[in-house]
Design a protein around this ligand. Sequence first.
Ligand code: ACO
Length: 336
Amino acid sequence: MYNSKIIGLGHYVPENVVTNDDLSKVMDTNDAWIQERTGIKERRHVVKGDGDTTTTMGVKAAKIAIERAGIDKDDIDFIVFATLSPDYYFPGPGVLVQRDLGIKTVGALDVRNQCSGFVYGISVADQYIKSGMYKNVLVIGSELHSHGLDMTTRGRSVSVIFGDGAGAAVLSRAEDNETGILSTHLHSEGQHAEELSLIAPGMGKRWVTDIIEEADPNDESYFPYMNGQFVFKNAVVRFSEVIMEGLQANNLEVSDIDMLVPHQANLRISQFIQKKFKLNDDQVFNNIMNYGNTTAASIPIALTEAWEQGKVKKGDLVILAAFGSGFTWGSVVIKW
Ligand code: ACO
């Protein structure tokens, strides 16, 4: 059994920058409210009709990650794609990546774990590599939120938070068991499924035909719903727990952390964790200011930028941690 390790990282965000002031032109909000509550200054939105989708953004990020990994696309043995905003209701974007990258007919798995999707994807890839079944696994997190948000005052408490983008990692077999991914820890608590959710269209309650038939202008069921304060309270507890779980499983201390890359949910959540763990500014990576919350894409975008800026170096102890809709949460402990 060998550890897996990340050998290539890439990200892609659409060019179109949407500032808080831009949002204040279409809804009753303002820069001060958004920055004070979330830390977000701007985010990227795909311009409708310019061709970018969750899949194409994922493919662009993946191409960079594969090139940096120094492998050929045909060396990829398996694809894992995490998103809550797929191009189609079915099939999922994994197979579209297999097609668009022109990879041979390897398996493609879609992960539906929202903000924790990339951490779940890394865990899946890690197990396949550890078991010896696959050598190189491509893990993508990508989201196109902007087309599905309520961009009116009614939806402002959710729509100002989310942005579009993609990140990708290539995982491969490590040469030893001292480096690479040391452990992953995953959790769920479906009791709170509806506290952060988008319930329609779904086969359970309301399908597209019901929405069309009712044609109710007050229908909010096809926009995301978030019980913000409840999510915030749960997030800070679960982030802390799962980071500690990862450290304890490896006999490590908080003081061993070189870089924590938390899911970019809200800058206030990251700051809460940083303060609780008494970490310095250079031990926590945040870029939510520039991209908003990109759900499954947020960790791979942040990890790629941290790596590009030389903030993740060989020998560093790097922790990835996520919490989100489900609720689901998880952590990854990496010796880089
Ligand atoms: N602009 C201006 N005012 C707004 C906006 C906005 N965009 N959105 C809401 N408001 C108003 C509300 O209407 C309310 O007005 P009222 O007092 O007159 O009723 C007031 O601001 C306060 O609203 P709250 O929802 O109570 O604001 P809160 O301080 O809780 O902040 C927020 C909302 C930022 C969503 C916060 O609850 C939060 O950060 N929650 C964590 C959830 C999170 O980060 N989710 C990210 C996605 S989930 C994930 O990735 C884990």
